[in-house]
Design a protein around this ligand. Structure first.
Ligand code: HEC
Ligand code: HEC
Length: 389
């Protein structure tokens, strides 16, 4: 059914009057919705479904309670769709070279394979880019490796204003300069009205729609998810989130061994699940750091481990290029920094744990992390570039 937006025709006329002949005004379809098919690939009549997510049964009420969506910014199909357009638009950087998606590439889990990402003028970011799958299930809800953003909403406009990433900093006129640019495009005035029901491109609306799109990036379709669900799902976990000694169906012996090491009960498991929670693989809120540097005082967070095997490098500074190196760190390389989490310390000596796992066990942990790859997520059209070009 077509939604009627009578004000749009009038908006088109005002727009033409104000901007002269050089402005392209998209033709209207039945005087209701604008025809934006020259610019974007989705149908305004039937935007992709983002509001309702069909969660598998192992996403129980207790798992869904981790959702950091705020009552003030519920997801709607139209607003999340607008967020997706913003996410893929290079026009949101000063010289039109970088979109959010330039550093958050869907095919590799919405991260960047470079150690540090390259910004709009060739500068490099301070930290490695983060995967964005299951951001929604990080309870914190602080964002960035060092948790400096207070929420998804607080985070999403920062890259645009960052002097390295997208360049709309104060010297470039900030968000008002960007909004003035967007008002001259053939699609944003219409898209904002379509998404919010009234005219106006505002900072608040950009923030809300980008945050909604980031929260739609939910990964529940990995081989781990299917097997965990089939074997009993959350009923297999105890109060510490540790898993019973079960073999998941369809897993190799090595992958099952890896799962038991990652999340099994004592004495087999080494307790990775105490911080990287099953089944979202998002970090637990109260995690501190993992002893990467002896003088570390920052309490770093980690993105969800979903799709972690698709590409490195790893850690906030991208110091490890492979999961084998990550495992070597946990096995024998942790340093006793001020920020080291107690879960990674020997309770008697206070020294960092030495897991002392052999090569087969380390390989099994890496094999288990390979089961967290979610091909449906990496190719889901709803998360893909919506632009015609
Ligand atoms: C030039 C590369 C680059 C661009 C462009 C970029 N990002 Fe990022 N993103 C990063 C890096 C690097 C980090 C980690 C930064 C840090 O923690 O210091 C990050 C972190 C994030 C996080 C935090 C995730 C978490 O779990 O804490 C979110 C969310 C995010 N980006 C969304 C976006 C959005 C939305 C845009 C566009 C408005 C965007 N990014 C543009 C590189 C980029
Ligand atoms: C005390 C909580 C805690 C425990 C226990 C823990 N981790 Fe982590 N993990 C983290 C934090 C925090 C980071 C991010 C550290 C950083 O970049 O400074 C991280 C990072 C990682 C990364 C890299 C993620 C990325 O995107 O770069 C992998 C892989 C990983 N952990 C796997 C494991 C495995 C396997 C275990 C068990 C052997 C484990 N973790 C145990 C908290 C923990």
């Amino acid at each position: 059914m077509r939604r009627s937006l009578p004000a749009l025709t009038a908006l088109g006329m005002v727009f033409l009057g104000a901007c002269g002949d050089s402005t392209v005004v998209p033709p209207m379809v039945d005087d209701t919705l604008p025809d934006l098919s020259a610019f974007i690939t989705f149908d305004l009549d039937e935007p992709p479904e983002y509001e309702t997510i069909e969660y598998p049964s192992h996403y129980t009420a207790a798992v869904l309670a981790l959702d950091n969506t705020t009552a003030g910014n519920p997801i709607t199909n139209e607003q999340a769709t607008l967020g997706r357009v913003l996410f893929y638009d290079r026009g949101l950087s000063v010289n039109r070279t970088k979109a959010c998606a330039s550093c958050h590439d869907q095919s590799i889990g919405f991260t960047d394979a470079d150690v540090k990402s390259v910004g709009f003028e060739g500068g490099t970011t301070q930290n490695h880019a983060m995967r964005l799958g299951n951001v929604r299930f990080y309870v914190g809800p602080e964002m960035f490796w060092d948790r400096r953003a207070t929420s998804v909403e607080d985070q999403v406009l920062q890259p645009i204003q960052d002097p390295i990433e997208m360049g709309f900093d104060a010297a470039a006129g900030g968000l008002p300069a960007l909004i003035a640019r967007m008002e001259q495009t053939a699609y944003y005035p219409q898209l904002f009205e379509w998404a919010f029901g009234s005219e106006g491109i505002t900072e608040d609306r950009m923030r809300r729609s980008l945050a909604q799109f980031v929260r739609t990036l939910v990964s529940t379709g990995s081989r781990f998810d299917t097997a965990f669900d089939a074997a009993g799902g959350m009923a297999l976990l105890d109060d510490d989130g540790a898993i019973e000694a079960v073999d998941l169906p369809g897993f190799t012996a090595e992958e099952n061994r890896g799962l038991q090491l990652f999340a099994g009960r004592d004495p087999v498991g080494v307790g990775c699940q105490e911080c990287h929670l099953l089944p979202t693989m998002a970090l637990v809120q109260d995690s501190r750091s993992i002893g990467l540097d002896i003088d570390e005082t920052t309490e770093f967070k980690a993105p969800s481990l979903k799709n972690v095997a698709v590409t490195g490098p790893y850690m906030h500074d991208g110091r490890f290029s492979s999961l084998e190196q990550v495992m070597a760190h946990y096995n024998s390389g942790m340093q006793n920094s001020p920020a080291l989490d107690d879960r990674l310390k020997d309770p008697e000596t206070g020294e960092p744990l030495q897991f002392g796992l052999d090569a087969d066990d380390l390989a099994a942990l890496v094999a288990f992390m390979g089961t967290l790859t979610d091909d449906d997520f990496l190719t889901d059209e709803r998360f893909s570039n919506p632009f015609v070009n």
